[in-house]
Design a protein around this ligand. Structure first.
Ligand code: C5P
Length: 221
């Protein structure tokens, strides 16, 4: 039997990362934050003064990136990148390069390498559609743009980073529009993914719902 994957997709700040990390921890599964891969690739490109529209140069960069994940920390060339990839600017840069199909392809193997026993919880935009189409459970998380902007605002303030709520809302909406409109692996609610609108739901309730879906799916195999 294949190694089970729980694919959690959805727009920015929908809570995917929080939910996927808790689910992974409780099940003893590995965790993939695929957005971090796009963020750190864009971050490395900016550092190396590579144009974010230069697909061949970005593909080449993706092939030689020295990346390592350890819990929530991402290491680039052996050094922790910390919150430098968590800013809104880094998110915008990530979504700019994420429209490039050959770059996405170049990052596929790195993402699939996270699928290891006993299982994987993965969050992103195309986990259930492209990266792990045979995932045991597919969820599409969403929430109103205002609620998502509020969550992101609180996250940034808690980290001691500067934040502006109306700017965040505008950034989120622009990023969602770009992520949904691109032709390569657009963010979409796939027909085989269960839609969970987390507006007004607690984290515990969403985690429980994902657990229930996973238990049901396990019962079927
Ligand atoms: O999830 P996160 O906000 O960290 O992702 C940053 C950006 O990376 C997204 O806006 C999206 O453009 C891109 N991304 C993607 N596919 C994924 C994960 C992230 O295109 N699986």
């Amino acid at each position: 039997m294949s190694i089970p994957v729980i694919a959690i997709d959805g727009p920015s700040a929908s809570g995917k990362g929080t939910i996927a990390a808790i689910v992974a921890q409780r099940l003893g599964f590995h965790y993939l934050d695929s957005g971090a891969i796009y963020r750190v690739t864009a971050y490395a490109a900016l550092k190396q003064k590579i144009d974010l529209a230069d697909e061949p140069a970005l593909v080449e960069l993706a092939g030689r990136l020295d990346l390592r994940f350890d819990g929530a920390e991402v290491y680039l060339d052996g050094r922790p990148v910390g919150d430098a990839i968590r800013t809104e600017e880094a998110g915008r840069a990530a979504s700019t390069i994420a429209v490039l199909p050959r770059l996405r392809e170049a990052l596929l193997a790195r993402q699939r390498a996270f699928r290891q026993a006993p299982g994987l919880a993965a969050d992103g935009r195309d986990m259930g559609t492209v990266v792990f189409p045979d995932a045991r459970v597919k969820v599409f998380l969403t929430a109103s743009a205002e609620e998502r902007a509020n969550r992101r605002y609180k996250q940034l303030i808690e980290k001691g980073l500067s934040a502006n709520l109306s700017r965040i809302l505008q950034d989120l909406q622009e990023r969602d529009a770009r992520d949904a409109a691109r032709t390569a692996a657009p963010m979409q609610h796939a027909p085989d993914a269960v839609l969970i609108d987390t507006t007004g739901m607690t984290i515990a309730a969403v985690v429980q719902r994902v657990f229930d879906l996973f238990s049901q799916a396990q019962g079927k195999t």
